[in-house]
Design a protein around this ligand. Structure first.
Ligand code: ATP
Ligand code: MG
Length: 183
């Protein structure tokens, strides 16, 4: 899977809707301090289902909603959509027939959350499953932020095992086993 486009609206500093196209190859995001580069990475992490406000550099999840500036009033909802290309075929069987998958997440100030895959409402779990074993999930290794390399090197064997299992493609089966055992 490859990121094709990211649509961000009401999320952190992106008060108006912004659309970012990602071409084949490497994309670099440049700009002065505080212009919102890291907020783009936060948006990607968030739309993939991140549940920890701390990992999004906030105190509570509400902090992802545009909170106002000198010129603009706060808004009531944050929405991020990510369009993925499935042309490399590395996608679970469920989505093999699709050229593109669009994943959307919304959060309202009253705390209500919505998740969509291809504009159809879904559960957070469906989004988590979509990314499992691709190396892209919230706990996976596709986003290497400052300090992450050191964290991996110093992590406990069980934590490191999680990354190895994700790379080996067994995370999904472990998650399903856990659900089955609970039933
Ligand atoms: P640096 O080069 O210093 O790493 P950056 O380009 O990565 O900067 P970001 O951290 O992405 O910058 O953006 C920080 C800006 O986003 C700050 O100006 C901050 O006020 C703004 N911001 C973050 N959350 C919100 C929010 N909920 N509402 C409005 N603005 C926000
Ligand atoms: Mg930054």
């Amino acid at each position: 899977m490859r990121i094709k486009r990211l649509d961000i609206g009401g999320f952190k500093s992106f008060v108006d809707k912004a659309s970012l196209d990602f071409q084949q190859g490497i994309t670099g995001i440049v700009g002065p301090n505080g212009c919102g580069k890291s907020n783009v990475v936060d948006a990607i992490r968030w739309v993939m289902g991140e549940q920890s406000a701390k990992n999004l550099r906030g105190k509570s999840m509400e902090d992802v909603i545009f909170g106002g500036s000198e010129l603009r009033k706060p808004v009531g909802m944050a929405e991020v959509s990510m369009v993925l290309s499935t042309d490399d075929g590395r996608v679970s069987a469920k989505y093999l027939g699709y050229h593109e998958i669009q994943v959307t997440r919304r959060l309202y100030r009253d705390g209500e959350s919505e998740y969509f895959i291809n504009k159809t409402p879904c559960r957070l779990m469906d989004i988590t499953e979509l990314f499992m074993d691709t190396g892209v999930g919230a706990r996976a290794y596709s986003i290497i932020e400052q300090g992450k390399i050191g964290m991996i090197l110093h992590s406990k064997p069980e934590e490191r095992r999680f990354l190895i299992e994700e790379a080996a493609g067994v995370t999904k089966f472990k998650a399903r086993k856990q659900v089955a055992l609970k039933k």
